[in-house]
Design a protein around this ligand. Structure first.
Ligand SMILES: [Zn+2]
Length: 122
């Protein structure tokens, strides 16, 4: 008995599909992306090599900026009075607002100033 061939929507679609191979994962085996490809290209918007290069470039710039901020040194007076304590706090706030200090480092310094503030009160 012959079965009529059912039309396959994918065979009739003239758009090119993305050929990016998605690696196997716990959720399923390796498979092709299958999203519509950019006009005249082999990949969709998300898997086009130009997009990946931009992402890498942005990540590289972010890493460079973070390293530069982490290496940056600055003078912070040792707080021996409430006035110097306030001055140090102002300096740290200024560094945070201009994105010139690592937030973890700023957090540690502010904590140290809190301890100094308690000690000055006693
Ligand atoms: Zn794709």
């Amino acid at each position: 008995m012959n079965h009529p061939v059912q039309p396959n929507h994918r065979d009739q679609d003239i758009r090119a599909l993305c050929t990016h191979l998605i690696p196997p994962a716990p959720s399923g085996p390796a498979h092709l992306c299958g999203s519509p490809a950019l006009l005249g290209q082999a990949f969709c918007y998300y898997h086009h090599p130009a997009r990946r290069a931009d992402t890498n470039r942005d990540a590289y710039r972010t890493r460079c900026r973070d390293r530069r901020i982490a290496r940056q040194s600055f003078n912070l007076p040792l707080p021996t009075s409430r006035r110097e304590l306030q001055h140090s706090l102002s300096e740290i706030i200024s560094l945070i607002s201009t994105n010139q200090i690592d937030l973890r480092r700023a957090s540690l310094l502010i904590h140290a100033l809190q301890v100094a503030s308690k000690n000055l009160r006693e």
